[in-house]
Design a binder for this molecule. Sequence first.
Ligand code: IPD
Ligand code: CA
Length: 246
Amino acid sequence: MWKEELKIAIDTARLAGNYLLENWSLSSVTLSSKHKDIKLSGDIESENRILSYISEHSRYPILSEERGKNVEFDISDTTIYWIIDPIDGSLNYNRDIPLACVSIALWKGEKPLLGAIYDFNRDEMYSRIVGQKLVINEREIDLTDLIREKKDAVIATGFPSGRAYDDHSLMGFVKKVQEYKKVRLIGSAALSLAWVACGRIDAYSEDGIYLWDIAAGLALLGSSKYEVSKLPGTEYKYYVLAGNVS
Ligand code: IPD
Ligand code: CA
């Protein structure tokens, strides 16, 4: 089950990622730069290509970062819908920092069914149907569950564009990362989750992250490996803690 949809996710992530690589000049075309957020022509062009490919190959509705919902639909326990981030790591793409990806997920209600994340700089395709094995470039990955203690663990995190940067809020961040051996801020929530899934890092946490940034990444992990909660009063913002840390 879901094999056909996984193929759609993989094909469209690759199509958009290759487009972004081949049209690198798009990375310097900034459409807007408000406060801590940036929107590039690449975000829109990548999303356009993903939306037309998925609409041609699947009937499920789509929630995407730039356009929102492609048709009106309610997210209930039985709704199946695509969640798209056309570039996760837009600022990295803009600055030629090779840490960005395309992220495509299929969800049912508030839970992932499958996800594909394409790291186009490294030609690495991470994919998984929930309940099955993680696959990287057609290779199934057998991971032994390595649980580390916080003091030995590497955690990735990030600063969502809407977060507070005042001293008090940043102190909360400092306190959290002090418990870990090392911290990484790679500028892509989706890639951070993919790296937790394949064991390169041990944990990922972010507070106020958007659903499209994490939707495919959560599908790469077993549900025992993450906790998510929607922030009160928001539609798509979440707190996430994922990983293999005791
Ligand atoms: C951003 C990245 C970053 C995270 C920000 C996100 P974008 O997504 O995932 O790692 O810290 O919260 O907004 O804007 O590049 O899609
Ligand atoms: Ca994005």
